[in-house]
Write a protein that binds this ligand. Structure first.
Ligand SMILES: C[S@@+](CC[C@H](N)C(=O)[O-])C[C@H]1O[C@@H](n2cnc3c(N)ncnc32)[C@H](O)[C@@H]1O
Length: 271
């Protein structure tokens, strides 16, 4: 959906604007759970930790997923982000937790070796100097603490093809994707992320990789299609989609298909 739009390179500026813009809530469907499955599974890996940092928390959308079925009083959550207005919104929804605006990939508000776990969702493709971010997170995490990353690769050929529809029907697409990262005519600059490079950088700052995985080969496209015509409400089509999900999972075990995955996740531990 990117052609013809204004691309904002200053992420702080974009995400401050984004925090103020009214978003249309996503319609719950088979696809919303499927789209978030790497995050949902990742949360199971850190849910028994108490002191947790979300790096690049934005307005707190991922915290909403985390706290869908967990008690807030079991956790000491801290969120950091470069966008003050996003943090203000997160604080409104989670007044019992601490949120800090940060800059230059540094978190002076948090003591060294103090965090049980950190998670970072969809930040890398908006950031640079990853090594600096990883080094800072490593410093703030306890020995044996967990670090979970979930991000987009932008490698998926089907998604690239599907985005072409925007050229022909921009307004129609915009109406259907009201929850997307678009403010007026602007979208944020996005970087292509190489999961392999990220793995190497994490190891360089002495994180030990526990698990790495890939998601979403062609299923995003079906999810998009469902916004235009909600086929997934039809029982027969839901059955077909579920079969496709199994096929996609099987294909993503092979390197060839992993290279075209839209999403990757990495679970690692501070040595
Ligand atoms: C796509 S949003 C994701 C927000 C949230 N993690 C979620 O999953 O809903 C990306 C967030 O990363 C933040 N961000 C970008 N670069 C950053 C950096 N270098 N340090 C901290 N936050 C950053 C942006 O301000 C934005 O809030």
């Amino acid at each position: 959906m990117e052609q013809g739009e204004k691309i904002i390179a200053n992420q702080e500026e974009f995400f401050n604007q984004n925090a103020q813009s009214q978003k249309i809530p996503t319609r719950e469907s088979l696809f919303t759970t499927y789209a978030n499955k790497e995050q949902i599974n990742g949360f199971l890996w850190i849910e028994n930790q108490r002191k947790i940092l979300e790096y690049g928390c934005g307005t707190g959308t991922s915290l909403d997923i985390f706290f869908k079925n967990r008690q807030r009083n079991k956790y000491k959550i801290c969120g950091v982000d470069i966008a003050q207005l996003a943090i203000d919104k997160a604080k409104e929804n989670y007044p019992q937790f601490n949120f800090y605006k940060i800059s230059n990939n540094k978190i002076p508000q948090i003591k060294n070796d103090s965090l049980d776990a950190v998670f970072m969702f969809h930040v890398l493709h908006h950031a640079d100097k990853y090594q600096e971010i990883f080094r800072e997170i490593h410093k703030k995490t306890k020995k044996g603490g967990r670090f979970l990353i979930n991000d987009l690769t932008s490698n998926n050929p089907f998604n690239k093809l599907a985005r072409l529809i925007f050229i022909f029907m921009p307004n129609f697409v915009k109406r259907k994707f009201g929850d997307d990262l678009v403010v007026g005519e602007s979208i944020p600059k996005k970087n292509k992320v190489s999961p392999e490079k990220i793995r190497v950088q994490l190891e360089e700052v002495r994180f030990e990789i526990q698990e790495m995985g890939y998601g979403h080969l062609f299923f995003f496209v079906f999810g998009w299609l469902d916004r235009f015509i909600p086929f997934s409400k039809v029982t027969f089509v839901r059955f077909f989609y579920k079969k496709l999900i199994s096929l996609e999972k099987a294909l993503l075990r092979y390197t060839f298909f992993q290279n075209g995955a839209e999403v990757f996740y990495i679970k690692c531990i501070k040595k």
